[in-house]
Design a binder for this molecule. Structure first.
Ligand code: CTP
Ligand SMILES: C[C@](O)(CO)[C@H](O)COP(=O)(O)O
Length: 234
């Protein structure tokens, strides 16, 4: 790692978890010895390579203070309406501290099963790149429906070059901030950070990651995440 450049982390955690259908935002559901959010934060707060971790919370969040997390590397800022709005706000806040050439890793709070090995694999891929993301090759046969509501097959999609984008996704602070700003101004759909960088013409590396780096989205994902973490500790 370059000694001059710093490495930062942004954790978007301002969602409400509609698809989880829980009594609280899903990042506050219990997992392992804490909550989903605490498991995710610990991955980065315990790693000395990172200068700071910026957590993005909903302005209406009423759960985080109850976690009593005290860490000098942890900073808090407000999220926005969509994930991309949260990340852009985080980048604007981070730019007070970070240089534009520093690296920033954006990682979903809802992905607590990220392994230290995959995190290091992503960091090792960054030099000489415009950025990189963890991703998993598609292993299922992919069907395209006739329309968004139909449960009828239109065609089978060639999966040989298809990947599932995971997180962290890592880019230069200044380039990601400008690319996200431009994408949102052009009303480009941005469901991950790489989408904005691609739209801006950057070449983003795919780094093959573990398929158990799951995003906890629906109720059944929580049991799976519990098993993954228990298995890793056994
Ligand atoms: N306005 C938003 C929306 C989402 N996120 C975060 O982005 C990550 C991925 O989003 P997702 O899994 O979709 O979380 P939610 O938006 O909470 O889920 P849902 O779509 O089911 O409401 C999550 O850690 C979520 O907290 C965010 O910071 N700001
Ligand atoms: C960023 C992401 O996790 C990459 O797969 C995904 O796009 C987030 O989507 P969501 O609908 O905001 O969960």
């Amino acid at each position: 790692m370059s000694s001059r450049l710093k490495y930062w982390v942004i954790i978007p955690a301002a969602g409400v978890g509609k698809r989880m259908q829980a009594s609280c935002p899903k990042q506050y559901l219990p997992l392992g010895s804490g909550t989903i959010l605490q498991q995710t934060l610990n991955i980065f707060l315990d790693n000395e390579q990172f200068s700071g971790v910026l957590l993005l919370l909903s302005p209406e969040d009423e759960y985080f203070t109850g976690l009593n997390i005290r860490n000098p590397k942890l900073m808090i800022a407000n999220g926005g309406k969509e994930r991309c709005d949260s990340v852009l706000n985080g980048l604007q806040q981070l730019s007070i501290l970070a240089d534009d050439d520093d690296w920033v890793l954006v990682h979903d709070a809802a992905r607590p099963c990220l392994s230290d090995q995959d995190l290091q694999k992503l960091l090792d891929a960054l030099p000489e790149s415009d950025g990189a993301i963890l991703a998993a090759p598609v292993m299922d046969t992919i069907k395209q429906a006739t329309n968004q509501n139909a449960a009828e097959i239109d065609k089978t999609v060639d999966r040989s070059m298809l990947w599932r984008a995971l997180t962290p996704q890592a880019f230069r602070v200044g380039q990601l901030r400008q690319a996200l700003t431009q994408a949102l101004q052009q009303k480009i759909t941005v469901t991950d950070d790489a989408s904005a960088m691609e739209a801006a013409g950057y070449s983003v590396k795919l780094v093959s990651g573990r398929s158990d780096n799951i995003k906890i989205t629906s109720p059944e994902d929580l049991d799976l995440a519990q098993w993954i973490l228990e298995k890793r500790l056994s």
